[in-house]
Design a protein around this ligand. Structure first.
Ligand SMILES: [Zn+2]
Length: 170
């Protein structure tokens, strides 16, 4: 299994390729992305690569993506306890959502407390749909690159769910 550094290297290389490709396509008039879309895609991609990596399922140990959270790394400890390594956390559709929802569950109460400060940046929720799509796409692409590098089969999530269900049904 590739280490955190190798994952970062793979993701950075693919990002450079995508950026070069995007630049050429834009120059050729094939692709006309908005600057906000490019920013959203890049933001989603790097957050997914550095901060919301599937390997946070190892957060009970020392792992790169947990270290990137600095003094807040411990917030991922329960996530590491909840998810077995390369289990549902490493599924293509559901896995990336588990980390977003987990973080949301922590940040929403905090956001409620800090709402006067958040009031000022509320414009983020008014992103246009096409900018949201770029953000989500950037995030998912970063996650899929990780899963492909890990050699995870595409039906992994489905197989895991079926496995859990068949255990309950017995
Ligand atoms: Zn992994």
């Amino acid at each position: 299994m590739p280490s955190g550094h190798v994952h970062n290297l793979i993701n950075s290389s693919v990002f450079a390729l995508l950026a070069a490709n995007g630049y050429i396509s834009t120059r050729a008039g094939i692709l006309i992305p908005l600057p906000s879309q490019m920013l959203a895609f890049s933001g989603g991609f790097w957050v997914g690569t550095l901060l919301l990596s599937p390997d946070l399922d190892l957060a009970t140990q020392r792992v790169n993506s947990k270290r990137n959270w600095g003094m807040w790394g411990w917030i991922w400890h329960p996530y590491g306890m909840m998810f077995t390594h390369r289990g549902l956390s490493h599924s293509y559709f559901f896995g990336p959502l588990t980390r977003v929802f987990y973080l949301g569950a922590i940040l929403i109460p905090l956001g409620y407390l800090l709402r006067p400060a958040l009031w000022r940046i509320r414009s983020v929720w008014h992103l246009e749909p096409r900018v949201w799509i770029a953000l989500v796409l950037g995030y998912y692409v970063s996650q899929w690159l990780h899963l492909i590098a890990d050699g995870i089969p595409f039906n992994h999530g489905w197989r895991r769910l079926k496995h859990h269900y068949s255990r309950f049904a017995k």
